[in-house]
Design a protein around this ligand. Structure first.
Ligand code: AMP
Ligand code: ZN
Length: 273
């Protein structure tokens, strides 16, 4: 199955979105989010781009210019959110402080901040869904990393549609490239001649994810990645239905965003910067 057909299949099988939905695509500027935006537009979905300027120096500037051009060429509205206006700092500063104060390293901080900003802005844009460019490799890495860290339960509930589902104020996040291996996305983007950067995030150096990715590239075929993800999803579905998400969904006492517990992860980490 080619990548476009896989996207159609995934959307249908997991009911990810409807043609009448307002679909906001979270754009990093990389090959995955650019490709998924292109494919959804081609399939006739009502798409818009949403990009967070993280202030990662020249890297962010180039990605931003690329997405401005790409969206203009493809007649897709684009909103760029300035992280300094949102939280007062660029991502590097936040990460540096958290590494020192809380020993938080890797991509966790970035992930928490991105989700928080994306949900707020997608809501402002009146989106029905947020699309991210996560691919099969990302998902297989998550399964392996959670397993190796002894946190298997973290992955329970994973799938092409994530998050809290239908909860007021929370915009469902969906991943149409969930079953597409990274190599196939790269090939697609190159064949389409997307004028974008193919480098990896300059922050993600020496992280656990990078090591896992390197190991996976050497040791796993695309079929094996699919087996890992399918196997995990099948086994965890029953567990999720029985036990998971018994924690109440609440509103964060500090920022008012949807979360589980009194204070959301974003406020927990950003408050101490
Ligand atoms: P990453 O966390 O960099 O692996 O990115 C995973 C997905 O998150 C991407 O495919 C995008 O959909 C989204 N994303 C990453 N960075 C940004 C950003 N700066 N602005 C908006 N969305 C982003
Ligand atoms: Zn909060």
């Amino acid at each position: 199955m080619d990548i476009e057909r896989k996207v159609v299949w995934t959307i249908k099988k997991y009911s990810l979105m409807k043609k009448t939905d307002k679909v906001v695509v979270a754009l990093s500027g990389g090959k995955d989010s650019t490709s998924v935006l292109y494919i959804l537009k081609k399939l006739g979905y009502n798409v818009e781009g949403l990009m967070i300027d993280l202030y990662l120096g020249e890297w962010s500037e180039i990605h931003r210019r690329n997405m401005e051009r790409f969206c203009l060429e493809n007649e897709v509205p684009l909103t760029v959110v300035d992280l300094k206006k949102e939280i007062g700092q660029g991502i590097c500063f936040v990460k540096a402080v958290l590494a020192k104060k809380k020993g938080l390293t890797g991509c966790t901080v970035c992930g928490v901040i991105k989700k928080w900003v994306l949900n707020r802005w997608a809501r402002k844009l009146k989106a029905d869904v947020i699309v991210t460019g996560h691919n099969l490799d990302d998902e297989a890495q998550n399964v392996l990393m959670n397993y190796l860290k002894g946190n298997v339960e973290l992955g329970i509930g994973m799938g092409p549609a994530t998050g809290h589902g239908k909860v007021e104020g929370f915009i469902q996040r969906v991943k149409p490239l969930f079953f597409v291996p990274e190599g196939e996305v790269r090939k697609y983007a190159q064949e389409k001649n997307f004028d974008i950067l193919y480098d990896r995030c300059p922050c993600a150096l020496g992280t656990y994810r990078v090591d896992t990715r390197g190991w996976m590239r050497e040791n796993m075929t695309d079929e094996a990645k699919r087996d890992v993800v399918d196997g995990f999803m099948a086994r965890s579905a029953g567990i999720r239905d029985k036990n998971l998400d018994v924690r109440e969904i609440m509103k964060c006492e500090v920022c008012g965003e949807v979360c589980r517990g009194k204070v959301c992860k974003f406020c927990e980490i950003v408050r101490c910067v």
